[in-house]
Design a protein. Structure first.
Length: 167
């Protein structure tokens, strides 16, 4: 019989963070569509990027990471190369059933370490104030708000927050 208070901890499988592998396209699309439609509406820019992550993220020099638990992809995050040394942290999501277990933090920390290893000098991201847990996570790892006049126009109508981190 488990100790009182440890039932949840015993049920949480070990989480592995790994880079994109051929065949991960469907999981990347599934994980992102799940959070986007739960909070917002899928936009044309989402459909384009999610339909061909190899073309839009990997081929131009970006990366995609996955959080895998029990053999299933439960989270993902991408680095989209914008220009030399500058990457957009994008399409970060953790499936609803696994939220609140530190998976998002573990995934984001791996992405930041990966960006450093790739020689990135600056990361930025776009979000929405409605996603308060995500905003808090970004702040806690060192992202800072960008003044509106310094952020470039977003292809997403839902964007109302821009943050950056110098590496």
């Amino acid at each position: 019989m488990p100790e009182q208070g440890n039932e949840t901890a015993a049920a949480v499988p070990r989480v592995e963070i790994r880079r994109f592998r051929p065949g991960d396209e469907a999981d990347f699309k599934r994980l992102n569509e799940e959070w986007i439609v739960r909070h917002f509406a899928l936009e044309d820019a989402d459909r384009e990027l999610l339909s061909a992550p190899g073309k839009h993220i990997l081929e131009p020099g970006g990366e995609i990471w996955f959080a895998v638990a029990g053999g299933e992809a439960v989270g993902c995050c991408a680095l989209v190369r914008e220009e030399p040394g500058v990457y957009l942290v994008a399409k970060m999501g953790v499936t609803e059933a696994c939220q609140g277990q530190g998976i998002g933090r573990k995934l984001l920390e791996a992405v930041i370490a990966g960006a450093r290893a790739m020689g990135a000098a600056r990361l930025y991201l776009e979000s929405n104030r409605k996603l308060s847990s995500a905003i808090h996570l970004y702040e806690s790892v060192g992202f800072r708000y960008m003044p509106p006049e310094e952020s470039k126009p977003s292809p997403y109508a839902r964007t109302n927050v821009a943050m950056e981190m110098a590496l």
